[in-house]
Design a protein around this ligand. Structure first.
Ligand code: ADP
Ligand code: MG
Length: 253
């Protein structure tokens, strides 16, 4: 039996007369990487931000690690790590200074260099945030989610806009976070990423969950239904070619 760490029941969110989330229910299991997929505007960020205590729901029930969102939002905040949009950082502060700042906010003791090593940014410790490349900024923002040693980490499109090397580097980082025992909830528009990383995914469309299963099960079900790809699948794809030609090393230094 899997332990449920997040339970969402009949969650609804309206913005004025527009219902963005239309009564969704799902459980996230402890220790899994759970993906929330769906087209733009499906309600992914709204759903995450409600669970993160950053946005008010209209109705429904959310339980996070045994705590009811309506009753103990402050306790929930203490056990989660939320990836902030990059604009949330002071651009002129050095990475070590930013980590110290966050540690102070969370009232936590952290070893900034250890944290930076985890995301491959040791060399940049004395650099200012604004001096980082796109991939480095993403890795740094993930590092900041780990400062309070969270049980659950929320990542909203962490790899959007990254080159293939930086993206794969981030996948490894996310797997490492899971290996340390954390639960990860991630949104992405990259299906290969969801297939690689996620134990289970929910597909959201126009505010409703239209499928929820492991990637493997979803693919098997589609094939069983008689679906066939129009073309023979090749043993490699263009991304394999790109990585083969340009190497696995991250280049955003
Ligand atoms: P996703 O993350 O899946 O792209 P969002 O949760 O950001 O979707 O948005 C879901 C829908 O709610 C969209 O139609 C969006 O325009 C709308 N929406 C999001 N935030 C607001 C807001 N603060 N006010 C009004 N509408 C919003
Ligand atoms: Mg979004």
């Amino acid at each position: 039996m899997q332990n449920t760490i997040i339970s969402v029941k009949n969650l609804k969110k309206s913005y004025g007369s527009f219902e963005a989330v239309k009564g969704i229910s799902f459980d996230v299991y402890e220790g899994e990487i759970f993906g929330l997929l769906g087209p733009n505007g499906a309600g992914k960020s709204t759903t995450l931000e409600i669970i993160e205590t950053l946005r008010q729901k209209t109705s429904g029930e959310v339980i996070v690690d045994g705590m009811n969102l309506d009753e103990e939002p402050d306790k929930i905040k203490r056990i989660i790590g939320v990836q902030l949009q990059s604009s949330g950082f002071y651009p002129g502060l050095r990475l070590v200074e930013l980590i110290d700042l966050f540690a102070g906010l969370y009232n936590r003791q952290v070893e900034p260099m250890e944290l930076l090593r985890l995301v491959n940014l040791e060399d940049k410790a004395k650099n200012k945030y604004k001096e980082l490349s796109g991939g480095q900024k993403q890795r740094f923002s993930i590092a900041t989610t780990l400062i309070n040693k969270p049980k659950i980490v929320f990542l909203d499109e962490p790899t959007t806009g990254l080159d293939p090397q930086a993206r794969r580097n981030l996948w490894q980082l996310i797997k490492d976070i899971q290996a340390k025992g954390a639960t990860v909830i991630i949104t992405t528009h990259y299906m290969d990423e969801a297939e690689q990383l996620c134990d289970r995914i929910a597909i959201l469309d126009e505010g409703k969950i239209i499928a929820l299963a492991s990637p493997d099960k979803m693919i098997d079900d589609l094939v069983t239904s008689g679906f066939e790809r129009p073309k023979q699948v090749k043993a490699a794809n263009l991304e394999d070619v790109f990585i083969h030609l340009t190497g696995k090393e991250i280049r955003d230094e």
